[in-house]
Design a protein around this ligand. Structure first.
Ligand code: GZL
Length: 343
């Protein structure tokens, strides 16, 4: 699978064959869904590596940064032609887009699966078409691990552990190691690798602290609106919340609005400690202001890693199955070093 022995001449013939298939399909008056229409306008160019990219959606600031990191590398100047599809947070749109990439005979499929289940069939179709699949960000649950070449992303379980350790450190600083600490969790998209890993990692630390009482975990879907809605409901239900652990900054923005509306304050000098994930610029400013106690970085810059992997595969070199991106924990003490960097 790693040996990309297709030379330029073969690639042109593949494009001619694919174009013929598409014309035939169009002639069968098949109604294309939105995804197909977006993805069928692919010029043939023997020099470009054609990459089909299926992105989860545009649900968060982090997702936008992740998309930008892919768009930054998959340019004609870099020798690529990218066919991009935004699945708008629907798995069926991702499956449609991947099938469209297969029918267009792209050279590589790059995608961030919205959830871990439900990919076996379409990834088998990609394998049968001899098109390598590179996962970014989230993972897939598969019986047959050969259905994808490799994955680039974060160690989500370690992110969860770092969140737990950051909370423990803050409580120690406040002399609250023995106090009963009432915690609510705002979870991301159900079934997503980030949601699963962050929850498992945080739980691993939480179970070491018998005075940490988890009141409820709510589904905030990684969005600001849902995060605010759920935090409002939790604040109405529980009058003694000490900590909110929010699995991304977008939900945190909503949670902070709800906390303020409830007449409470966030931060080490306030009523509720806020632990967040992603570390997008807007959230780091809130860390600097003390409203977010700790923000666990989730590095969205995965495009450069995928570019390096494809270059290696083009040369027939083997690539590792897993590629972890580096990440840090931001607190008030160290956030200035990053905020000073150019975007
Ligand atoms: C994490 C990514 C998550 C982000 C959210 O790698 O899957 O999805 O934390 C995004 O902001 O919606």
């Amino acid at each position: 699978m790693n040996k990309r022995q297709i030379n330029k001449k073969d690639r042109v013939w593949r494009w001619i064959a694919a174009a013929a298939v598409m014309l035939l399909l169009a002639g069968c008056s098949r109604e294309y869904g939105e995804a197909e229409k977006e993805d069928t306008l692919t010029p043939m160019d023997e020099n470009l590596i054609v990459v089909g990219v299926s992105q989860v959606g545009s649900e968060s600031v982090w997702r936008t940064a992740n998309t930008m990191s892919l768009q930054k590398v998959f340019t004609k100047e870099n020798g690529y032609f990218m066919i991009f599809n935004n699945a708008r947070q629907k798995q069926e749109n991702q499956i449609k887009a991947i099938r469209s990439f297969i029918s267009q005979r792209v050279d590589y499929i790059v995608f961030s699966p919205i959830m871990e289940d439900g990919w076996e069939t379409v990834l088998r179709e990609a394998k049968e078409a001899d098109i390598p699949v590179i996962l970014v960000d989230r993972k897939v649950k598969l019986q047959d691990q050969s259905l994808y070449t490799c994955w680039v992303g974060s160690d989500f379980k370690n992110e969860g552990r770092m969140a737990g350790e950051a909370l423990a450190y803050c409580l120690r600083k406040q002399g609250r190691q023995r106090e009963n600490i009432h915690i609510v969790l705002l979870q991301g998209t159900q079934g997503a690798t980030a949601t699963i890993g962050r929850a498992e990692g945080f739980q691993e630390i939480a179970q070491k602290h018998e005075n940490w009482l988890i009141l409820e975990q709510a589904d905030g879907e990684f969005t600001t609106a849902k995060g605010q809605e759920e935090m409002e409901r939790l604040l109405h239900r529980y009058k003694d919340i000490d900590v909110v652990v929010s699995q991304n900054d977008d939900m945190t923005f909503g949670a902070l609005a709800a906390i303020e509306e409830a007449g409470k304050t966030a931060g080490e000098d306030g009523d509720i400690l806020v632990i967040s994930f992603d570390a997008v610029k807007g959230a780091l400013k809130l860390v600097e202001e003390g409203k977010i106690t700790a923000d666990i970085e989730c590095n969205p810059n995965q495009g450069e890693y995928v570019d390096q992997i494809i270059r290696k595969m083009e040369e027939g070199e083997a690539v590792a199955k897993l590629h972890f991106v580096p990440e840090r924990v931001f607190v008030k003490e160290n956030v200035a070093e990053d905020l000073g960097e150019d975007d």
